[in-house]
Design a protein around this ligand. Sequence first.
Ligand SMILES: [Zn+2]
Length: 206
Amino acid sequence: MTAREDAVIINSLVRQALTSMQEVMGEHGLNAVLKSCGLDRFAGNFPPNDLEPSIHASQYAQLNQAIEDFYGRGGRGMLRRIGKASFQYGVREQAALLGVAGVALKVMPQKERIKFILNGMANALKKSNPEVDAYLDDSDGKLAYVESTCAICNGRQSDISICYLYIGSVSEAVQWATGREYEVTETHCIAKGDAYCRFEIGDPKE
Ligand SMILES: [Zn+2]
């Protein structure tokens, strides 16, 4: 087994994902999806809010795939909405971990606010699970959030980028920090054979 196949998701993150999924899909929707991918033990039974290993990253990836399959054409939009709800959960439940408690963002320029929140997301993930490799990429004039241990596409293969839930989380984070909606594009995806998943912050929408 490679390290990637060994990768696990901790309880608190599975709890965050399931809570967000239930918010967006409703309890019946979530339970149907959990059943379809062999995770029905979580139906009405979310894991506790701790750092213990919960499921393999590949199972989390299958859960994402199952949502896409279950909702057909609406699946990608559904996953983006779940990602947005997931960031809001982080602000609500883990403000200290995310580093957003009592921060005066309004005094910062837009670009600094984006860097602040993307760094916060990467650091929160790494603090929760030291195996995670996530960082802010500021190298070619564009800001991007990068993760080489992305669980959403773990073990999946695709011709196109598929980490819709992550796009939702990153765009919600940027909107939260700036008060504006920015275009977010997944330029690289491990499912396509890239070394990492990369979410580039584009221009603000009108
Ligand atoms: Zn990915």
